[in-house]
Design a protein around this ligand. Structure first.
Ligand SMILES: Nc1nc2c(c(=O)[nH]1)N[C@H]1C(S)=C(S)[C@@H](COP(=O)(O)O)O[C@H]1N2
Ligand SMILES: [Mo]
Length: 241
């Protein structure tokens, strides 16, 4: 995008018809989020498009070991899911994460499969939309490595990710999916990821708010549209911080 167009997009926020102009420009550059319809739509488009232009190459802050929280808060109401209890009983030895959709090589990953891929450790903050946060050290495999194994095809635009908790489904665009700090995390503070924080594997993307960091991941699907999937809800689709 040219400097002029970028200025136009950002300046559009100030004008009377700013939101409409921003929406048109965003559309032109493929920066329209899937929740662009409805009454909050224009605002969501502006937030997403302007953040994307400003931060697409940026890294979330990484902290020092001394910053790690002594008592990180696990936001978890007790749940009863038989498949989960069974897997937990065998130390998640049978846990699988399927990768399907717009890929040349649909693949099912066990935990050892994930651990055999290059590991990355980073100290970042988890920030919940409710206002609390904590800093922890996260270890996992970059999502990009997993997508490489599954041979993602160029038509893919989003990664949809599912939890064993059926009401937890989220999605990100390829810019975030391929971002070096986006992990499938299986470790926290030097140990296995605790149950409360999403064992055995959670999505870890420090550039977005807590609710995009889905726990107990079971499946990833590559799609070119979220039309039949994203139903809106309380949270905006793009939660960049
Ligand atoms: N499967 C699942 N993932 C989830 C949640 C959940 O309840 N279930 N809560 C989300 C929210 S709102 C936040 S803030 C973070 C909290 O992560 P934590 O429990 O590790 O602190 O997880 C997110 N991922
Ligand atoms: Mo949250």
């Amino acid at each position: 995008m040219s400097l002029l167009s970028r200025r136009k997009l950002i300046a559009a926020a100030a004008g009377a018809s700013g939101l409409a102009v921003a929406a048109r420009l965003a559309d032109q550059y493929g920066l329209t989020p899937p929740d662009s319809g409805g009454i909050y739509g224009p605002g969501n488009t502006l937030t997403y498009a302007s953040q994307r232009l400003l931060t697409r190459h940026s890294l979330a802050r990484e902290f020092a070991p001394a910053d790690i929280a002594k008592a990180p808060f696990a936001k978890l109401r007790p749940f009863q899911i038989e498949a989960y209890s069974k897997s937990q009983a065998v130390g998640f030895a049978d846990w699988r994460i399927g990768v399907d959709g717009i890929v040349a090589q649909p693949t099912s990953f066990s935990l050892p499969d994930l651990r055999n891929l290059p590991a990355r450790t980073q100290i970042n903050q988890l920030a919940c939309e409710e206002g609390w946060s904590f800093i922890a050290e996260w270890t996992g495999v970059a999502l990009s490595e997993v997508l490489k194994v599954a041979k993602v095809l160029p038509q893919a635009r989003y990664v949809v990710y599912y939890s064993i908790q059926k009401n937890w489904v989220q999605s990100i665009d390829m810019a975030d999916a391929l971002h070096p700090q986006t992990l499938l995390a299986y470790g926290m503070n030097g140990a296995d990821l605790p149950i409360g924080h999403g064992a055995p594997v959670r999505m870890w993307l420090p550039r977005q708010l807590g609710y995009k960091n889905v726990k107990f991941i079971t499946r990833l699907t590559l799609t070119d549209s979220l039309k039949n999937l994203y139903k809106g809800g309380n949270y905006s689709w793009y939660a960049g911080i």
